[in-house]
Design a protein around this ligand. Structure first.
Ligand SMILES: *[C@@H]1O[C@H](CO)[C@@H](O)[C@H](O)[C@H]1NC(C)=O
Length: 427
């Protein structure tokens, strides 16, 4: 550790308002306490998974279907679906570039607010492309954690290897999985921002559709956010752009992770309390109601009923409330919906010019009204105008299209989330 880093580390520990009780991150040093990284939409031209032969409408429908497999993940983890070992079955829509090891190696990991562990495909590996895997033998800072270590005990499911190493096992709702050694190594976010001895999963056996790892940004003890903890003052934010944008979205950590607004527009920033539930992974807020046009439908709930997630494409609402909202949307649009909307969408109208434009759509969170643009709720595909909300019997999720062109800032020390409308290309 160099001298400046030591001074900064000292300043951070003195100025930290809350000291974490989690033993996983007592030796972390960040060279800076505030930094940002690019979030690359997996279907954008900047993505390693970009497929130029997919049409816009194919991309939307593919993403919509990913939402459905994600509902299964949330249901399994929140509703007694086992011991908490089932985590997200897909990696979400936004990737972050990070560097790992000594010397540093570039990797892409899905930025996932719906899971905790940071893991990467590791050599030697089954079910991964060796070209995109991390080789722990080549990193001088890589260290396997033992089975009796504190981080090992924080895993939903683990076992002990032959040499007493901690082995994690994550099984996903759709039968895919990752298993390997729990370890520590340096993670670097570019711009000389480095976090040594970060707990990571080194996945030797992974069954997945592509070759990225996951950067878990959830609320549990092993997530990147919890591990960076005090250094980023328990704050992060993102400002999401659609896949069709010609710039990347931003994920910010620390003091940069605040909402801002133009001077004349101060009331545009709103904040709502976060609710902690078990598992602590998910970021719950409370949706009191939704206004569509001139009609407001109420949930009548107060205790935290919807998860904010950057990795689910569509917004998902509990079926009873959804059907009231569906009626309100139908009334506001003023025409009959089509009888066979493309799966998994539920409410589409034969598109006519300007349909849905200017329709007021407000999400009423506790103490916070989020005023959406029509593009946050509707998509025009071919000749259909479709609502980007679907029902679920088990869980409500504020998906990422609904959050596009908002700064969404999480302050976990203050237990709140703030929203501010923004042009995310300018953030
Ligand atoms: C790209 O999309 C086309 C059309 O759906 C598909 O046939 C092809 O397999 C995809 N390519 C890759 C590399 O996924």
């Amino acid at each position: 550790m160099n001298f400046i880093a030591q001074i900064l580390a000292l300043l951070f520990s003195l100025s930290s308002l809350s000291s974490s009780s989690d033993a996983c991150h007592n030796d972390k040093t960040l060279i800076r306490s505030s930094f940002s990284v690019d979030l690359i939409h997996r279907d954008s031209v900047f993505s390693p998974f970009y497929n130029s032969s997919l049409s816009r409408s194919q991309i939307i429908m593919k993403a919509a279907r990913r939402s459905v497999s994600r509902i299964k993940h949330f249901r399994d983890r929140t509703g007694g679906g086992g011991n908490g070992a089932v985590i997200t079955p897909n990696r979400g829509d936004y990737l972050m570039k990070m560097f790992m090891g000594t010397p540093l190696v570039e990797l892409h990991a899905a930025a996932d607010t719906g899971s905790d562990l940071v893991w990467v495909p590791c050599l030697p590996c089954g079910g991964c492309d060796p070209q995109n895997a991390f080789d722990p033998a080549k990193s001088s800072t890589f260290m396997v954690l033992t089975c009796d270590s504190q981080p090992c005990a924080s895993l939903p499911r683990h076992s002990c290897g032959n040499s007493n190493q901690c082995r994690y096992f994550y099984k996903y709702g759709d039968q895919s999985f990752s298993t390997g050694d729990l370890a520590t190594d340096t993670i670097n976010f570019g711009n000389a921002v480095s976090s040594p001895s970060t707990v990571i999963g080194c996945g030797h056996d992974n069954q997945f559709e592509d070759n990225t790892g996951i950067a878990g940004l959830g609320g549990g003890p092993l997530s990147l956010i919890s591990q960076l903890g005090d250094q980023i003052r328990h704050k992060f934010s993102y400002c999401l752009l659609p896949f069709s944008s010609n710039t990347n979205s931003k994920l910010k950590f620390g003091d940069e992770a605040t909402t801002s607004s133009s001077p004349n527009n101060d009331d545009a920033i709103v904040s709502t309390p976060l609710f902690t539930k078990t598992p602590t992974t998910f970021y719950y807020v409370n949706l009191e109601g939704v206004t569509v046009g001139h009609k407001t439908v109420q949930t009548g709930q107060t205790g935290g009923n919807i998860v904010i997630d950057s990795g689910t494409t569509l917004t998902v609402l509990e079926s009873g409330f959804y059907s009231e909202l569906r009626d309100a949307v139908r009334e506001a649009v003023g025409v009959e919906p089509v009888t066979n909307p493309p799966d998994p969408l539920d409410l589409c109208f034969r598109y006519e010019s300007e349909m849905g434009e200017g329709l007021e759509f407000v999400l009423h969170f506790t103490n916070a009204d989020m005023r959406l643009h029509s593009g946050n709720m509707f998509s025009i595909e071919d000749d259909l105008l479709c609502l980007l909300v679907i029902p679920s019997d088990s869980i409500s999720i504020l998906g990422n299209i609904a959050q596009i062109n908002f700064q969404v800032a999480f302050d976990l020390a203050e237990q709140k989330v703030s929203f501010a409308p923004a042009d995310c290309t300018a953030i």
